[in-house]
Ligand binder design. Structure first.
Ligand SMILES: [Zn+2]
Ligand SMILES: [Zn+2]
Length: 210
């Protein structure tokens, strides 16, 4: 079984988000399959964090909450729920599941069914982001796995949590050129654009999910 049967993946401005294909009731009834799909997704992309769009459903069955918690406790994955409706946010606070599940808001474009768009010649995985400190606008280099961590600004000492919104608003992104192994820095909007490495002229395309 591949995860695609259960999950849709979207790149939302340099950031990948998954969503269940089936209705949340169905996901709840087949929680074991959904859990396995999430586990496969996480291991395929070796990500330690997963962002799941739950905006479509006014509530999450306890079996779904259970599988998300298991993903965290059993697999060590940091689970971020994206655009959860107010009712879901409330339940997560009341049940104190916010100690295990993170809540994020992020603007997501229309979901396009992620057909297997074949990769260009040299598709390169994203290394991370350059974001501005929300307090002083100093630039910070953020690893792609740093979603949810607390960071202290070296310039103004303000403490911030790296949120999905912050990554979404990153000014630049970086990746390692597969040919010369130097770091390539490009404007965020140039993700998924064919460009040449500034160090060696290799033709590359930087993507969040490779
Ligand atoms: Zn700062
Ligand atoms: Zn290069």
């Amino acid at each position: 079984m591949s995860f695609e049967e259960h999950l849709e993946v979207q790149e939302a401005g340099g950031f990948s988000i998954v969503r269940f294909r089936n209705s949340i009731i169905e996901v709840g009834n087949r929680a074991e399959d959904a859990f396995e799909a999430l586990r496969r997704f996480v291991s395929t992309f070796s990500c330690m964090k997963i962002a799941i769009d739950v905006s479509a459903d006014p509530y999450l069955p306890s079996s779904v909450l259970g599988l998300l918690v298991r993903l965290h406790t059993q697999e060590g994955v940091e689970v971020h729920l994206v655009n959860a409706p107010a009712e879901v946010v409330e339940i997560i606070h009341i049940t104190r599941l916010d100690r295990m599940l993170h809540l994020n808001d992020i603007e997501i474009g229309a979901w396009s069914s992620s057909g297997s768009d074949s990769e260009a010649s040299s598709t390169v995985g994203l290394g991370g982001y350059f974001v501005e400190c929300p307090s002083c606008e100093a630039e910070h280099r953020i690893d792609k796995h740093d979603l949810g961590i607390r960071m202290t600004c070296a310039e103004c000492q303000a403490k911030h949590t790296v949120s999905a919104e912050m990554l979404h608003n990153a000014t630049h992104v970086y990746a390692k050129c597969p040919r010369c192994e130097q770091e390539v820095r490009i404007p965020h909007e140039d993700l998924k654009t064919v460009l040449s490495c500034e160090h060696c002229d290799a033709t590359i395309e930087i993507r969040t999910v490779v």
